[in-house]
Ligand binder design. Structure first.
Ligand SMILES: [Zn+2]
Length: 259
């Protein structure tokens, strides 16, 4: 991006606050953030200059917030600042499920708890990373030029970067195959984002978790046998593809506040 500086015309439009397409506006703003020469190309705005002349001495006297490290800002470009405790909880729940599975305490060891919780773990992480329910600065996040599908994917990737290795470790400790939980796990993640683009991520997460508990967990615990639905690969592949299609079609939903 830095190699392609915005055209003179585009910069003038940006300067005047003309109605630019969201992706163009985003591209210009993120370029300006990283390119000092282009910031220099922006003509000084007389109003901003006047305001700055009055503000500068006040700011100099004000107490400064400590500057954060570059790597910390990089981390927060991926992980939602409020997701930390939730990701820790996901790891704890996974560890507890491994312990219970190894003790064979669920339905006399015929049912794997790791398998049962695998699809809902990323849903919790995604809900914690993108939604007004758990993130007090969600409105600010949605209002930034970087908001949108790209940021949602980064945050989802950061959740999966915790959940998938944790479940891989858990499944190797309990002797489960990767193929038994990975596809439902990814399908639920895509499904939550897809439904989230329609009704908001928090509501979508609640709907998916509730459906999972009713359709899979209750019958599994009641009959002491893992539901066959978990093994229907085409079903999960279908949910995953449908989810990705809906997310792509409704990508603009992630730059608006939920209704
Ligand atoms: Zn530039």
């Amino acid at each position: 991006m830095t190699a392609h500086h915005p055209s003179e015309q585009l910069l003038r439009h940006y300067e005047r606050g003309d109605d630019l397409a969201a992706d163009q506006l985003w591209a210009v703003e993120s370029h300006l953030e990283n390119c000092a020469p282009c910031r220099g190309r922006l003509a000084p705005d007389p109003l901003a200059t006047a305001v700055w002349a009055e503000l500068a001495p006040i700011i100099d006297r004000a107490r400064q917030l400590p500057r954060t490290h570059a790597w910390w800002r990089w981390v927060h470009g991926w992980v939602s600042p409020v997701a930390g405790p939730w990701l820790a909880m996901i790891l704890l729940v996974t560890a507890a499920a491994v312990a219970l599975d190894r003790l064979g305490s669920v339905a006399g060891g015929r049912v794997s708890l790791v398998l049962l919780i695998a699809p809902v773990l990323p849903v919790l992480g995604v809900a914690a990373s993108w939604g007004p329910a758990l993130d007090p600065v969600h409105e600010l996040t949605v209002g930034t030029p970087r908001a949108g599908l790209g940021l949602v994917f980064r945050r989802t990737a950061s959740v999966l970067a915790v959940v998938v290795p944790a479940l891989t470790a858990a499944s190797s400790l309990t002797g489960l195959g990767l193929s038994r939980w990975l596809l439902p796990c990814l399908a639920f993640t895509a499904g939550t984002l897809a439904l989230g683009a329609l009704v908001g991520v928090t509501r979508a997460a609640i709907a998916f978790v509730a459906a999972w508990v009713l359709a899979i967990i209750v019958p599994t615990v009641a009959f002491g046998r893992t539901s066959v639905v978990l093994a229907v690969t085409p079903l999960w592949a279908g949910v995953l593809l449908l989810g990705i299609a809906v997310i792509t079609l409704r990508r603009k939903a992630f730059t608006r506040l939920g209704t």
